[in-house]
Design a binder for this molecule. Structure first.
Ligand SMILES: [Zn+2]
Length: 491
């Protein structure tokens, strides 16, 4: 993959992100929103656009978008309107989508990300509420159909569209922006933001311009990415394509392109001339919405500690690095798991044991979970058991090497590490008397190395410790063994 950076060009990226709001019913009717239900089993006269029906707004969806707006510091519009966005497509039964045009629920706001040059603020243009369209099915399994099927379960599902200003300047920044957006929305509990289930979709507007120029270059919209990684790859590819075109004297056309994951390239879908004119006008079936300020105050009170606050707290309270704290807060369930474990430590140990706990959680546990495609919620090792194991290691009762074996067993059995250690007699040999026996044995078996150490090669003690660890099957405390060898040989 290319790096999408050039000394001569500057990249300008804006993202439009559609996020499904987690509600039990659709935006304007009482149909359920369950994922994976049989086709057309969650439909009614309203979302299939039968004559004579009227939409009624879902208050929970409005609450969700307001929470997101408040979390990103948007201005919440006091009087907001819905509008009809009109286009013809088989998955859109009304031939218009109820959306917002002027006066969306949220205006402005900002998303703070960390970029290669430090902290950066990406401004938001707006967040508005709209309904989703249905879904077309062109194939079943791998069999192409000679016709298309329409599933309207998604029609009318509440979405918010989050539009950023064109202020990101690399694929990495776009990736970071999406990560912060997703984490924040998940903390608020208003969406799962699961790209695989379609509850988060992202389109990217990308242009390049010679460095130093202020006018924006011709922008290309790229769609059809189904993971954050795909967004990053698609942007990198598109930037390279545009720079390549400019360098070779070609012209960039304003168009929409589709990302093809398998081929790692974008392909033209439609040009500007074919773009829709949506002929927006105010939705006559819905009254303007006045948001009461006491209602807004109530919602404000429900906003939890957000990722960037939590990150800062983990750094200042526990002395974690900004990087570690960032990895943890990037997934709400991960940081919840970490803090649950942390809180089981004796309070005077919390600060010292926090970093080892981070290491165990983010390398051993996440490594294993990722390999098995499991989420933190599905972890067979509970937060308390994870903390217990780290406690055993930190207090010297179990060696780090032994800890890995115990971890594997806890992962398989779900048992408590303490119980496992007791049952199997795995606890570390930290008793001087007991260890001394092994030290003497090892010295007898390795007279040559002992001579080397005596002759000044102190580093050779390492191989004696190695032999001792082998003899005790990893149960010895290596620091203590090292000291004992020094004492025996050198004094
Ligand atoms: Zn319905």
């Amino acid at each position: 993959m290319t790096t999408a950076t050039s000394p001569n060009y500057e990249t300008v990226i804006g993202l439009e992100v559609h996020v499904q709001l987690k509600t039990q019913s659709k935006l304007f009717c009482r149909c359920r929103t369950d994922f994976g239900a049989p086709p057309n089993s969650q439909v009614c006269p309203v979302c299939t656009a039968q004559p004579g029906v009227l939409p009624v707004l879902n208050k929970k969806a409005l609450e969700g978008i307001v929470k997101v707006g408040l979390a990103f510091g948007c201005a919440i519009t006091q009087r907001t309107y819905f509008a009809r966005k009109q286009y013809f497509y088989p998955d859109l039964p009304k031939a218009y989508q109820i959306s917002q045009f002027e006066n969306p629920v949220c205006k402005g706001g900002e998303v703070r990300i960390s970029s290669s040059s430090g902290q950066k603020t990406v401004h938001l243009e707006r967040i508005h509420l709209e309904e989703d369209a249905g879904k077309l099915l062109h194939a079943i399994g791998s069999t192409e159909l000679p016709y298309s099927l329409v599933d309207l379960n998604r029609a009318g599902i509440p979405l918010m569209e989050i539009v950023s200003a064109p202020e990101m300047s690399s694929p990495e920044e776009a990736y970071e922006y999406l990560t912060v957006l997703k984490a924040t929305i998940q903390y608020l509990g208003v969406s799962d933001c699961d790209m695989e289930k379609g509850s988060l979709r992202c389109d990217a507007n990308i242009s390049v311009r010679p460095r130093g120029e202020t006018k924006l270059g011709t922008k290309v919209e790229v769609k059809n990415m189904n993971s954050f990684r795909a967004v990053k790859d698609a942007i990198a590819h598109e930037v390279d394509r545009q720079i390549g075109l400019r360098e070779s004297g070609g012209k960039i056309t304003q168009e929409t392109r589709l990302w093809n994951e398998a081929q790692g390239a974008t392909f033209s879908m439609r040009s500007k001339e074919e773009a829709h004119d949506y002929r927006y006008f105010p939705e006559p079936d819905l009254v303007p919405l006045d948001l009461a300020s006491d209602w807004l105050e109530e919602i404000k009170k429900t906003i939890p500690e957000l990722p960037h606050h939590r990150r800062a707290r983990l750094v200042s309270e526990l002395g974690l690095s900004d990087y570690d704290a960032g990895v943890l807060v990037g997934q709400k369930e991960l940081v919840d798991f970490f803090e649950e474990g942390l809180n089981s430590f004796p309070s005077e140990k919390k600060k010292d044991w926090a970093k080892p706990l981070v290491n165990w959680v983010t390398t051993e546990l996440l490594g294993r979970l990722n390999a098995e495609k499991k989420s933190v919620k599905e972890s067979p090792v509970s937060a308390l058991n994870m903390a217990e194991l780290v406690g055993l290691i930190q207090s010297g009762q179990v060696s780090g090497k032994m800890g890995k074996d115990i971890f594997s067993e806890v992962y398989e059995s779900g048992e408590s590490p303490k119980k496992l250690v007791e049952k199997k007699g795995l606890s570390q040999v930290s008793d001087e008397g007991e260890l001394l026996k092994f030290v003497e044995e090892v010295m007898q078996e390795n007279p040559g190395i002992v001579q080397d150490v005596k002759g000044g090669k102190e580093r050779a003690i390492g191989s004696l410790v190695g032999a001792l660890m082998k003899k005790t099957k990893g149960r010895a405390n290596p620091q203590l063994a090292n000291e004992l060898f020094k004492k025996k040989i050198l004094s």
